[in-house]
Design a protein around this ligand. Structure first.
Ligand SMILES: CC(=O)SCCNC(=O)CCNC(=O)[C@H](O)C(C)(C)COP(=O)(O)OP(=O)(O)OC[C@H]1O[C@@H](n2cnc3c(N)ncnc32)[C@H](O)[C@@H]1OP(=O)(O)O
Ligand SMILES: O=C([O-])CC(=O)C(=O)O
Length: 463
């Protein structure tokens, strides 16, 4: 679709929200106030851990890990979540089903509010309903994006991949970074976390307007409705995408943003954000770098790839293909030297609980959807084939094997946009860690690298 006309863009700009961020919960601490209470004790805790365990070995490092993408190498501190190969992710010690049970929901909703998950990632605590409502209002108040960022997006050709547009816009938000300004003004190291918190809140708050604008520019008429200060984050994002009246889609987004937010620190997007942030690049620059990693087909873009692969399969073998025909198609993918998208994982060795959570959502809301049925049929076929092929260490599905089928069900069929939604969610995990990194005085990241000849020399004469 062609880029929208200037007059339409002007109209959408006038629909800016006219209220300011600040305190929205009268009687209870805000997220920033609670963090300010927690940080001094955590600094002491880290000091104690380092004093007691700082010099202890953490297992051997073998040369294969240097060549093999550092699998299993303990190398990073990440506070928000830890991934177990068998069990999957825990956010601050809580599994996805526990989060679904414990985190506050929207009135009438069944899925957790991502606002609550962000609070949990940052503080390790379950917020009250009032605190979550305060966060929804704060993010709505911060949601407008600068006009020049709107213009950058409006000038992107619709053929530029939505993830590239997303990364451009997030980079440009650095124009108004509180951290970059504070640094130039000579802020003390001890105060870094405050402006990092403000930037992180602004970043998360502005993502729906960026994502909505990309979606409407590329796939619609470029017109964008306004954020509603009385609605939660997911509801507003759904509205900006044009699905605000669909209660099922809004619930799906709440679940989607919650489960895609964080996957410990070593995945490409999280680690990239942390690495770039360690140079004291502000949260906008750090998260734009995360997005560029998320845009790779072995990482976040796999959700797009899954849908493309499914559609290609359907065009080749028809819509209600037999198991035999599906098996043949999977084998042809492998024999063509390609990966089966949505399957395998660098850490997980069982079905991803994020896949399971989405499957349960589908069983509840769309049990008869044909694409959901195809995703289920593939689940019964692919793991055995990957096992038989004998290469993949994990034959089970990951989060990306399922998400596109759910979005398609509600009418969000443009798969090139799917990773943008993943990116909106991943900001929660990356931002939470950036805040803690600055609060705990995390140093510049700079691991040691070796050349192959250096490795040969080190081991010369040794067996
Ligand atoms: C949100 C996320 O990022 S989840 C992951 C999303 N990505 C995908 O779904 C893409 C498909 N999957 C893959 O490519 C891989 O499983 C990855 C990238 C996720 C993990 O990679 P690794 O940790 O290197 O996996 P593993 O150790 O099992 O790889 C061993 C071999 O099996 C292959 N393999 C792994 N998964 C698959 C798969 N789904 N299909 C075909 N081959 C696979 C690898 O390409 C590798 O082949 P090689 O020896 O010829 O290089
Ligand atoms: O953990 C990983 O390597 C990839 C992944 O699933 C994620 O980042 O969500």
């Amino acid at each position: 679709m062609a880029a929208p006309a200037r007059s339409i863009l002007r109209a959408s700009r006038s629909a800016r929200v006219a209220f300011a961020p600040g305190r929205f919960s009268s009687s209870q601490p805000t997220l920033k106030e609670r963090l300010a209470q927690l940080i001094p004790a955590e600094i002491e805790n880290v000091k104690a851990i380092r004093a007691e365990h700082g010099k202890k070995a953490f297992g051997p490092v073998v040369v294969d890990q240097l060549y093999g993408g550092m699998r299993g190498l303990p190398a990073l501190i990440w506070e928000g979540s830890v991934l177990d190969a068998e069990e999957g992710i825990r956010f601050r010690g809580k599994t996805i089903p526990e989060c679904q049970e414990l985190l506050p929901r929207a009135p009438g909703g069944a899925e957790p509010l991502p606002e609550a998950l962000f609070w949990l990632l940052l503080t390790g605590e379950i917020p009250t309903q009032e605190q979550v409502t305060g966060l929804s209002k704060d993010w709505a108040a911060r949601s407008a994006i600068p006009e020049f960022v709107e213009e950058i997006l409006d000038r992107c050709p619709p053929t530029l991949h939505p993830m590239s547009q997303f990364s451009l816009a997030v980079t440009a938000l650095n124009h108004n970074s509180a951290f970059a300004k504070a640094y130039q003004d000579g802020v003390s190291k001890k105060e870094y976390w405050g402006p990092t918190f403000e930037d992180s809140m602004d970043l998360i708050a502005k993502l729906p307007n960026i994502a909505g604008r990309i979606y409407r520019n590329v796939f619609g008429d470029g017109k964008l409705p306004a954020i509603d200060p009385d609605k939660d984050y997911s509801h507003n994002l759904a509205t900006l995408l044009g699905f605000g009246d669909n209660a099922g889609f809004v619930e799906l987004l709440r679940l989607y943003i919650t489960i895609h937010s964080d996957h410990e620190g070593g995945n490409v997007s999280a680690h990239t954000g942390k690495l770039v942030g360690s140079a004291l690049s502000d949260p906008f620059l750090a998260f734009a770098a995360s997005l560029n990693g998320l845009a790779g087909p072995l990482h976040g873009l796999a959700n797009q790839e899954v849908l493309l692969w499914l559609r290609k399969m359907q065009s080749k073998i028809g819509e209600n293909a037999s198991d035999e025909a599906v098996k043949e198609y999977v084998w042809s993918t492998l024999k063509g030297g390609q990966v089966v998208p949505g399957y395998g994982h660098a850490v997980l060795r069982k079905t991803d609980p994020r896949y399971t959570a989405q499957r349960e959502f589908a069983l509840k809301h769309l049990p008869d959807d044909p694409l959901f049925k195809l995703v289920g049929q593939i689940y019964n076929i692919v793991p055995d084939i990957l096992l038989e092929a004998g290469k993949a260490k994990n034959p089970w599905p990951n989060v990306d094997a399922h998400s596109g089928a759910l979005l398609t069900h509600y009418g969000l069929t443009q798969m090139q946009f799917y990773t943008v939604l993943f990116g909106v969610s991943r900001a929660f995990g990356v931002a939470a860690q950036l805040i803690w990194d600055r609060a705990l005085g995390a140093p510049l990241e700079r691991p040691k690298s070796y050349s192959s000849s250096a490795i040969q020399k080190i081991f010369q004469g040794r067996t």
